[in-house]
Ligand binder design. Sequence first.
Ligand SMILES: NC(=O)c1ccc[n+]([C@@H]2O[C@H](COP(=O)([O-])OP(=O)(O)OC[C@H]3O[C@@H](n4cnc5c(N)ncnc54)[C@H](O)[C@@H]3O)[C@@H](O)[C@H]2O)c1
Length: 426
Amino acid sequence: MSKTIKETRICVIGLGYVGLPLARLFSTKFPTVGFDLNQSRVDELMSGHDSTREVEDKLLQEAINKHGLKCTTNLEEIKDCNFYVVAVPTPVDENHNPDLTPLVGASTTVGKVIAKGDVVVYESTVYPGVTEDECIPVVEKISGLKFNKDFYAGYSPERINPGDKVHTVEHIMKVTSGSTPEIGAYVNEVYKEVITAGTHLAPSIKVAEAAKVIENSQRDINIAFVNELAKIFNRMGIDTQDVLEAAGTKWNFLPFKPGLVGGHCIGVDPYYLAQCALRHGYNPEIILAGRRMNDGMGEYVAEQVVKLMLKKGIQVLNSKILILGFTFKENCPDVRNTKVIDIYNTLKEYNTKVTIHDPWANAAIAKREYSVDIHNELPTDKYDAIILAVAHNEFKHLNLCALQIDNSIVYDVKAILNTDVYDARL
Ligand SMILES: NC(=O)c1ccc[n+]([C@@H]2O[C@H](COP(=O)([O-])OP(=O)(O)OC[C@H]3O[C@@H](n4cnc5c(N)ncnc54)[C@H](O)[C@@H]3O)[C@@H](O)[C@H]2O)c1
């Protein structure tokens, strides 16, 4: 089979944080259709607006009006494509086991439309083996076509960082791979057309899958280490940030900061790797220890705040506490798997009155997913304790004095406030 990029017609399946920026970018060089199951998401996008704020409305409208990007829920409109890119979620279930349901669903969709000679490339984060052992058999079964004879596959993990307007998809080097050396080269050529930062062609799909899942697992473990340091130094009355700043002057000291690890990547992907290790008879101690440490940080922060209040003689029962920020990270509206909820729930156990202010979070989604009320506008009340939980730009120069009762506590989880503003930081 020999394919040329000139005849490539792309369909991106799953138009979320990953799929939409990719579809927009591909549309600048290739005929591109975006497919999603969610009709209201498709309607929103075709009206020229992206509620995830990953693609600016102007760019999205340009992609639609100038480059002909079409978003649809209709299978008929993607049948003509010959390069399918799958970017659907890869969550874990309540027992932290990988939930491949969306991937199987998207593979079923691909199976219905894929034709001889076509290629399907998976972008969703998985453990090594998911593409060839779990997804491809579904495509084969539904299409009746034979893998690596009638159709081909690739894997190219996504590395975007939501809310980051510098490291956007085209500016991040992309790992590519293919089910045969020839397909690997073709997949790599297609991505090279749009990724200005360049591409790295991995020797196999499994290598590319493994590369992505270890990137996020490494980050999780490094953050877990500094979270552990924060717990140790806090007991000793030493400021962790000062220690990290001093240690960071060594050329090979890694600049990680303590904090909450939420979202659906770093807090989830290590479980994919851990499950895969267990299936191969290996008990992944370090990976799971990192997960345990990071998953406990919300509760830890809340308990530190309660301790500080008690030390200052502030009555905890019925006290008013303000949490600044609810999203899983700064300058991004995504509240999935936010660990701020752990701070909130722990404080509620002490019968405190907790208010959450977040100018970015979608209040309706937060209410539906977590049963909490989010105030998008800054409250005018005064509080016994204020916890800065997310480093949104809006919080960097906030006048916290206006929100404080006399000797109230300010706890800076993100270490962004000046020393004269906070009582303690993580
Ligand atoms: N968000 C990130 O920062 C990020 C970064 C790198 C990698 N990833 C990985 O990329 C993948 C996608 O993540 P995301 O954040 O874009 O997810 P998302 O939830 O923002 O978007 C997924 C989209 O897929 C749609 N969808 C679900 N099942 C579908 C199906 N069967 N067919 C068609 N559409 C379907 C949903 O309606 C949604 O619009 C995940 O594996 C994630 O781990 C995410």
